[in-house]
Design a protein around this ligand. Structure first.
Ligand SMILES: Cc1ncc(COP(=O)(O)O)c(C=O)c1O
Length: 410
């Protein structure tokens, strides 16, 4: 009989969202009349912008004519028209020199953040912030870079860096030596952003220790403070030590369309077993060519339409709508006496649970007394205990009603 990859057995069966779903269903069954509002969803709710829809229609028509039909995207790393638009608009416009062959188009930042660990040896020590987007951890568990999970739901051999009120939810580099560091700013779930000075410390740490930073900037479009960096490459020296992940999911409502990209600068290197220094860029390219056949032409045409003047303006309005929700949530809850964090440069609000309730205790209270679904912070890691995550991706009318319900809780 074939044997299984035993690392998968270390994973807890999906825990957070299935458990939320279970509690929601149980409540709805017992109270069929309850109109439950979800403030826990990490998915967008607004439709695709007109510029994208028009472009995708045109691309579909091209696919229907023999002369303009396209098959495989050669090499599976993305069409030049999209990679060049990214190079110019996301990087050159911020004074960052990224070359087109350092940009790789993919079907999602989730897959890229999960797959990028394949570039590294199994003996590397992985560091993550706690709370954390679970994909970074679970993909390393599957690969065999960790020991088992302990009673606090932490995996042996992973270095967890607590993100707390004390450090403004931006941990300092660890004292011990680690090799692969996942950073996510603006952060899911805390909504925190890292300042230029904080990112400089991370880049410095990576230079000093030989570590590689895996920088997830999936929410960079939500940054409103002009002082906050959108890209790790705004930090001098980052091109030698960092990969960056971006996505059209939250920037342009592409969660159901699927398009993202990863930047792997040619300067980033890691050591081979015989001590040679090896560039990661060709390895990532090789990985994609072997395991991926690219994102559909129609999708890439839709993605590039987000960079047109109309596209940019329409995206800004969509993000504004979500960030108005964030403002409503943040200000409304603060007025009611709750302690909130995030929600200024990120679509997530990190709410301290009141009266010493734990995350699940407050989740249950909000479900039962206000018919609201939230996300218990402890599901993102032990330092998330005592918090819940609220998202700004809902419908503004629902957000308003949700806040009215919370205001009636005593
Ligand atoms: C931090 C972070 N990175 C990546 C993703 C996934 O993005 P994509 O839809 O491009 O796979 C998410 C989605 O929730 C996220 O929160």
């Amino acid at each position: 009989m074939a044997t299984v990859n035993e690392n998968f057995l270390k994973l807890q069966a999906g825990y957070l969202f299935p458990e939320i779903g279970k509690r929601r269903r149980a409540y709805q069954q017992a109270h069929p009349e309850a109109k439950i509002i979800s403030m826990g969803i990490g998915d967008v709710t607004q439709p695709l912008i007109p510029a994208v829809i028009e472009a995708m229609h045109r691309a579909v028509d091209e696919m229907g004519r023999k002369e303009t039909f396209r098959g495989y995207d050669d090499g599976g790393i993305g069409y030049d028209f999209l990679r060049d638009a990214i190079r110019v608009n996301d990087y050159e416009a911020r004074g960052i020199a990224i070359e087109i062959d350092e940009i790789f188009i993919s079907d999602g930042a989730k897959s890229d953040t999960a797959n990028s660990q394949e570039l590294f040896g199994l003996d590397n020590v992985v560091a993550v912030t706690d709370p954390v987007y679970p994909v970074y951890v679970d993909s390393n568990v599957m690969a065999g870079r960790t020991g088992p999970m302990d009673s606090r739901r932490m995996y042996h051999k992973i270095v967890y860096m607590p993100a707390t009120v004390g450090n403004g939810f931006v941990p300092e580099p660890p004292k011990e030596k680690v090799d692969i560091i996942y950073l996510c700013f603006p952060n899911n779930p805390t909504g925190a952003v890292a300042t230029r000075q904080q990112l400089e410390k991370w880049v410095q740490y990576a230079h000093n220790s030989g570590a590689v930073l895996l920088f997830d900037a999936a929410y960079e479009a939500y940054i409103s403070d002009p002082a906050v960096p959108h890209s790790i490459y705004e930090i001098p020296g980052a091109k030698e030590v960092a990969l960056e992940f971006r996505s059209f999911s939250k920037t342009a409502g592409f969660t159901g369309v699927r398009c993202a990209f990863t930047v792997v600068p040619k300067e980033v290197r890691a050591k081979s077993p015989n001590g040679d220094s090896v560039a990661l860029n060709p390895l990532w390219s090789r990985r994609l060519c072997t395991k991926f056949n690219g994102v559909s032409y129609v999708t890439q045409v839709g993605a590039v339409a987000t960079y047109t003047p109309d596209g940019q303006q329409q995206i800004r309005s969509m993000i504004e709508l979500y960030m108005n929700n964030a403002k409503m949530i943040r200000e409304g809850l603060t007025r009611m006496g709750y302690q909130t964090y995030g929600g200024v440069n990120a679509p997530y609000i990190w709410l301290k649970t009141p009266r010493g309730l734990d995350s699940w205790g407050f989740f249950d209270l909000l479900l039962e007394k206000a018919n609201l679904i939230t996300t218990p912070g402890v599901g993102f890691g032990p330092s998330g205990e005592g918090y819940i995550r609220l998202t700004a991706f809902g419908d503004p009318g629902n957000v308003k009603e949700a806040l009215e319900r919370v205001s009636k809780l005593s």
